[in-house]
Design a protein around this ligand. Sequence first.
Ligand SMILES: [Zn+2]
Length: 305
Amino acid sequence: MLSGAKGARSGRRRFNATDQAGSLAPVPRLSEVIAALENLWPAERAESWDAVGTVVGDPDQEVTRVLFAVDPVQEIVDEAVKLGADLLVTHHPLYLRGTTTVAATHFKGRVVHTLIKNDIALHVAHTNADTADPGVSDALAGALDLRVTGPLVPDPADPEGRRGLGRVCALDHPLTVREFAARAAERLPATAQGVRVAGDPEAVVRTVAVSGGSGDSLFDHVRAAGVDAFLTADLRHHPVSEARAHSPLALLDAAHWATEWPWCELAASQLDEISDRHGWDLRVHVSKTVTDPWTSHSPSPGAPN
Ligand SMILES: [Zn+2]
């Protein structure tokens, strides 16, 4: 459920500092927390062009607070400092390609400086979290109350056929495109963009493909899945125009950040469970700061519909 988008997770203490016997609950080292995260999202399952894993951090440092967010931007790092976090886990990489400087004169260098000065580690799970089971699109489907029936692009390396990019889903009750778009706008965290729709608003939706983040390279797979609608982000004019000409498939375009944010809640709950099993003294938080780069939206007067 997505009430977490509005309801604070922060400050929830999962463990008392002492257990019933009065002994101290163990504070994990960064290396232990990273090993747990790597187990959820192995780096070798990331795309070859991706840059995942630990960006900043000393394996021996202790971790008592973790913050999950979509973007490793200054606003989020400042939030991590304020929170007293020791580890920031983001979906998007800080550096996708190599760099020759981390000087604080550059905004990414400033992020690195702020992290190191405040003893905060940064760890990234990107395409390895997209294809995980459960992964980014499972969280998106969950936020929209959809029943996942399988991956949209199965990972051939997964014998169980559960991992892969995107998810094919069913609705428990059919909705019109208009109703489904309204549900997405309501359930996903609020952004300036909201949800754009291409298609007949009265068409009936029983099956949906979803893919968190940019999904317009997946149209062939969506068509092959034979679903009624596709919800993703960053859809562009030509692919949408061509997809509409091919079939009555309805397209829903939400803000990139909003389609990936539900994963932060899922990932945080996964780490909470792991922490529980180990009896760690660890607090897990999810940032509710909207880092979608689009900040306002002016509807055209007299627009169709
Ligand atoms: Zn993304």
